[in-house]
Every structure is written in structure tokens, then in C-alpha cells.
Design a protein around this ligand. Structure first.
Ligand code: PAF
Length: 265
């Protein structure tokens, strides 16, 4: 695996790998990320990944400083997954000057996650566009775990006519149902035992439980929920009477850790 840190170096290296499938990450890699690498590998001859903890998508109160940084272990996992090229820039490479041009995401970015993390999707869309411009992939792979992020990236690619196919990877779960996430490493043993409750409550919503009751159940179990909502899969709008393709989405804090999950039905 070739590791490059500068944009010019990346451009030269990418010329050796035409038709790249690209998986952007913030590192702290787990089997969910590796499944995305395998999905990418199945669609293209060459796979590129990036590791960049993007300051722009973290609010000042969030975990930018403590976000897991496990570069050597990440590289070993990417090598084992036969990734060809890793772009691992630092802040001065992607943000050599204050980032004044910011992607304005569509209104849906102000709902769900956006209600609780107001500039999050501005930061995500901006860095993803920059990474796409640097790597120039033909295919990009994102996980369904970050369901709304996938939706916003797809809308950006469509509306800005980027010549990239966006593919979605299924969420990978622990045997007890907890969605894999880099932030799971923040959980204490007690919190880890409670964490699969988030997915269980989404299963109950799928089976007809009202979202308000799901929120109350989480509160009673010690969570601080931000939201539990059912939306249309196609545009994440509120479902109308005959909509059948739905997704239940939830975000909630357990101790100091904010977890998100979703369930299509
Ligand atoms: O999902 C993530 O890890 C990040 O939001 C992404 C897409 C790499 C942008 O920083």
C-alpha cells in the first residue's frame, strides 16, 4: 500500500491506479470500515482510502481532540484488506488557509443530526468535496451507519454533477446488535452492555412502537436521546400515508458518548 501525505504526491500516485474506488475515513478503523474497503475492491481494480480527522465537522464542544487516532493499526488493517493507496494528509495540507468556501448542504441537513450538530454537514460536505477533488475517484463508498451523511453526499454528487458513483455499505454489527463505530471505544463496560439497546428500540419502532415511547424507554434506561424518528428512505422527509420504504433513525448519549444508529424497513 502506498501512503501519501501531499496532494501533488497523491495525484502522481493516483495516475498509476486508474478508475479508483475510494473510501474516505477519519481512521480509528474497525470491521465496518474494512467491509467498505471490500465493497470497494469488488467494484474496481484499485482501492484508495483516506484517513483525515476533519476539524471542520466537529463543534468546539465535541470530541475532535480525543477522536481515536490509531494510524499504525489502521495501516495494518488497510494493507490486510489490499488497499492500494492511502491518502493521509494533515491539517496544513487540506486546510493550508482558513477554509472560507464552504459547501452549503440542502435543508435536510438542518434536520435529524443537523438539529443537534448545526454545522456538521457543512463540514462533512466540504471535506468530502475536497477529498474527491484530490483523489478523483470513479466510485466512492460510504456506510449506511451514517445514513443522513450518505444522503447528503449523494445529493451533493448529483447536484454538483460530480462524475462519481456513490455506493452504500451495510452497517456491520457486534453479535449483540451494536453498530460498529470508532466512538464505541469511549464506552465503559456498563455502557457497552447497555449500548445495543439503541438498536433494540429501533426494532420496536419498526414493529409499531411510537417514537415518543422509544425516547421514553431510552431515558428510563439512562440515555439522553437527541431524537428517534421515522423518515422516508428516498429523501429523509417525514413519511406520508402510503410511503412504504422507511428508515428509523436515532441518536442518543450514553454517559459521555453520543451514538447513532438506524434501521431500514
Ligand atoms: O464518516 C466519516 O468518517 C466522515 O464523516 C468522513 C466521510 C470521512 C468525512 O470526514
Amino acid at each position: 500500500m502506498r501512503i501519501v501525505r501531499q496532494i501533488e504526491e497523491l495525484r502522481r500516485a493516483a495516475a498509476d491506479f486508474p478508475g479508483l474506488a475510494f473510501v474516505p475515513t477519519m481512521g480509528g478503523l474497525h470491521d465496518g470500515h474494512i467491509a467498505l474497503m471490500h465493497l470497494a475492491r469488488g467494484t474496481a481494480r484499485h482501492v484508495a482510502a483516506s484517513i483525515f480527522v476533519n476539524r471542520l465537522q466537529f463543534a468546539p464542544s465535541e470530541d475532535f481532540a480525543s477522536y481515536p487516532r490509531t494510524f499504525e493499526a489502521d495501516c495494518a488493517k488497510l494493507r490486510a484488506a489490499s488497499v492500494d493507496l492511502l491518502f493521509a494528509p494533515d491539517d496544513t495540507v487540506l486546510y493550508p488557509e482558513p477554509q472560507a468556501f464552504i459547501v452549503e448542504p440542502p435543508a435536510i441537513a438542518g434536520e435529524l443530526e443537523g438539529r443537534f450538530r448545526p454545522r456538521f454537514f457543512h463540514g462533512v460536505a466540504t471535506v468530502v468535496l475536497k477529498l474527491f477533488n484530490c483523489v478523483q475517484p470513479r466510485i466512492a463508498v460510504f456506510g449506511k451507519k451514517d445514513y443522513q451523511q450518505l444522503h447528503v453526499v449523494r445529493a451533493m454528487v448529483r447536484q454538483l454533477n460530480l462524475p462519481i458513483d456513490v455506493l452504500a455499505g451495510e452497517t456491520v454489527r457486534e453479535p449483540d446488535g451494536l453498530a460498529l463505530s470508532s466512538r464505541n471505544s469511549y464506552l465503559s463496560a456498563t455502557e457497552r452492555a447497555e449500548a445495543p439497546h439503541l438498536q433494540r428500540v429501533l426494532q420496536k419502532v419498526k414493529n409499531g412502537m411510537a417514537c415518543g415511547n422509544a425516547v421514553r424507554e431510552l431515558v428510563a434506561a439512562g440515555w439522553q436521546p437527541d431524537y428517534v424518528e421515522v423518515r422516508r428512505r428516498s429523501d429523509l422527509g417525514p413519511p406520508q400515508g402510503d410511503d412504504r420504504e422507511l428508515v428509523a433513525l436515532a441518536a442518543a448519549r450514553l454517559g459521555g458518548t453520543r451514538l447513532i444508529d438506524n434501521l431500514e424497513f
